[in-house]
Design a protein around this ligand. Sequence first.
Ligand code: PMT
Length: 399
Amino acid sequence: MPHLQTKRILLGVTGGVAAYKAAELTRLLVKAGADVRVVMTEAATHFVTPLTFQALSGKPVLTQLWDAGADNGMAHIDFSRDVDALLIAPASADFIAKLVHGVADDLLSTLCLARACQLFVAPAMNRQMWDNPATRRNIAQLRADGVTLLGPASGAQACGETGPGRMLEPDELLSLLTASLQPKSLAGKRVLVTAGPTIEAIDPVRALTNMSSGKMGYAVAQAAQAAGAEVVLVSGPTCLTAPANVQLVAVRSAADMAAAVDAALGGVDIFISVAAVADYRPAQPSEQKLKKSDAPLTLALLPNPDILADVASRADAPFCVGFAAESKNLLAYGEAKRQRKRLPLIVVNRVQDALGSDDNELWLLDDAGSHALARADKLTLACQLIDHIANLYSLQKQG
Ligand code: PMT
């Protein structure tokens, strides 16, 4: 369950086709427990009616500076004072330009200027508008002003073109907002995360590897960063972009990963080993491409170093968290791994559910037993896992 139960969100909707997705976003935010108030620009009302947002949020929708119905006539200031976050979705190129220049000529832009909370912006526009130097400058300025950009994604656009500028999907916006609003339970802590597969070369073109996409590990890194930690992410090859404000160290083989972990370990408080490290590597990788023949090929394999077990056995070991992907006897096999590697916590997931997917289901095994985390997207689960880790870590430090 996303942690938005006590959060008050002001959702600003500006004029763009993606305004229809803001209706679904409102529904998801309310479902996640947030108290949502919607403010629309005049342009937005040409795409979706205020009544839609009123029905979904359960609150009157404000559109005009002059009829903002707050008790003291100060709605243009009050509504963004008392909230945990102001999210503009979709944010048109025009509205972004207004934000950059501090223009306050309607209710939503005035609320943005008068806000006392974090501002999140989910851009949505045609790819050429997104690539225009004026927009590039405006986006850079928003970032410099401390505004959090959510997206945009790249893909098919309403105008029929393809490229960057698509608003993120409502469920992605919900996950990113949820992560950003988590308590800063790891403030001041240094967290090291491994993610993705490793690649063990057989020859210059062939390799042993596995199906890890890196999604779970990247989500854990993002959740730790959102919880206030300084995060280093050591990752095998993936197609993913590192989360913002996370230091990425890209590696290929298990030996590379072991060396990168060793180099990054100084001052680390928590080590979370999500990577699917290849257990074996070819004993003698060939420098030249092996020639195909009709004869059977036997590869001699050597076991790779167990990075997590090695870190956990150090005298000055950080708080170590392992992952275990199992296809049967999940809890028994997971607990056996936890004991063998002497870990305070191991996270068990089902191979069939976890590898490459966007959603997952987790079981956290620690000294107190097993805690199930219901199926959800990986970032939501990662936030819940980080909460659990922060609690265990602080208990360990107290005891
Ligand atoms: O990347 P995704 O597609 O999102 O998939 C996520 C995942 C399935 C890879 C992830 O959730 C997961 O379960 N990772 C651990 C996979 C696994 O089963 O690892 P293992 O049983 O081989 O190792 C147990 C633990 O020791 C893991 O924390 C692993 O990172 C670590 N290990 C293992 C071998 C090794 N040589 N060095 C290690 O550090």
